[in-house]
Design a protein around this ligand. Structure first.
Ligand SMILES: Nc1ncnc2c1ncn2[C@@H]1O[C@H](COP(=O)(O)OP(=O)(O)O)[C@@H](O)[C@H]1O
Ligand SMILES: [Mg+2]
Ligand SMILES: [Zn+2]
Length: 299
């Protein structure tokens, strides 16, 4: 426990140092059984009042593996996709101005988060209330409407695929999980589909409420590829509900999309989009750049 706490405290004391030396588990579910507590996370010991006390009283204290396991649980429940388990801030290559800017924005955003321990030992989480979005300069929808020649030309100048939007936001997710925040990562396609499906099921909205609740409860909701799914009115209402409810309780949404501002607004609805963008302040970037998928970059 001491080790993990010390590590976390060090990170908190140096909010501008973002390299993640002790990286999170490499795979979901990498949990070794703890020989000290057999994974009960408690270590039992006896306390004897005096020499005559032959029986003693059994006491328990948290095992040192407990903090690490807590972190692993949060990491698993955050649902960072396996593909991005190794995506970190310190392995994000910065070869051009856009990559520098995107990276800097994440570092800057992280500075709004802190975990402090109050005098009575309670942990107090301070989190950023701004949303954070990476968007395309020219969205997928517009690109698709162009003729192939123009599209190829424009793509050379304004590519937005594989430029690291998801990489950086997953790195952000992991850093926040490590620091003790509850993060939920959702991918647009499955998340909205699940919600729509749950809405239709006849269980008195139980599943639906649970899903919605998890999206509203998370300290930070990370929405990958928002606006991927084609727009319908019920979907638009779903987007609006989540965006509006989180905004009412001042909880941030971190999102990225292959659409630009106007095409994303069409996909998720203008009311939701204006809330979403309006809550970003300086943390909204329409970016283009190199497709790193073809660079054999790996992470
Ligand atoms: N600057 C970078 N440095 C290292 N790897 C990168 C960088 N940008 C992207 N990648 C990697 O390229 C792949 C595509 O990036 P991704 O974040 O999915 O792009 P996007 O979400 O913008 O389409 C991922 O494997 C990611 O880790
Ligand atoms: Mg992506
Ligand atoms: Zn243990």
């Amino acid at each position: 426990m001491a080790e993990v706490l010390e590590d976390m405290q060090k990170q908190l004391k140096q909010p501008s140092k973002f390299s993640q030396k002790s990286s999170p588990p490499t795979k979901h579910g990498d949990e070794n059984t703890c020989p000290k507590c057999n994974d009960k996370e408690l270590v039992f010991y006896k306390v004897y009042i005096d020499e005559d006390d032959k029986v003693g009283t059994e006491w328990a204290k948290p095992c040192e593996c407990s903090a690490r396991k807590e972190w692993q649980r949060r990491f698993k429940s955050s649902m960072v996709p396996d593909e991005f388990v190794d995506a970190r801030l310190d392995n994000f290559k910065m070869e051009d101005a856009t990559q520098h800017l995107m990276h800097e924005m994440v570092l800057d955003y992280l500075r709004h988060f802190a975990v402090k321990t109050s005098e009575d030992g309670r942990r107090i989480k301070k989190f950023c209330q701004y949303n954070f979005g990476f968007l395309a300069e020219v969205g997928e929808t517009k690109m698709r409407e162009m003729n192939p020649t123009d599209r190829a030309e424009l793509k050379k100048l304004k590519n937005n695929f594989g430029i690291g939007k998801t990489h950086l936001q997953m790195a952000l997710a992991k850093k926040l999980v490590k620091d003790g925040f509850n993060v939920l990562v959702v991918s647009d396609v499955t998340f909205i589909d699940d919600l729509m499906q749950a809405r239709k099921s006849d269980d008195n909205n139980e599943t639906y409420s649970k899903l919605l609740d998890s999206a509203l409860k998370a300290d930070v909701l990370i929405w990958d590829d928002i606006g991927k799914v084609s727009n319908t009115e019920p979907r638009e209402r779903m987007y609006y509900t989540i965006i509006n409810e989180r905004s009412k309780i001042n909880k941030p949404i971190v999102f990225n999309s292959n659409e630009d501002r106007s095409s994303l607004a069409e996909k998720i609805g203008y009311a939701g989009a204006s809330r979403l963008f309006g809550g970003c302040e300086q943390y909204l970037l329409e970016a283009s750049g190199k497709d790193m998928r073809f660079k054999g970059s790996g992470v």
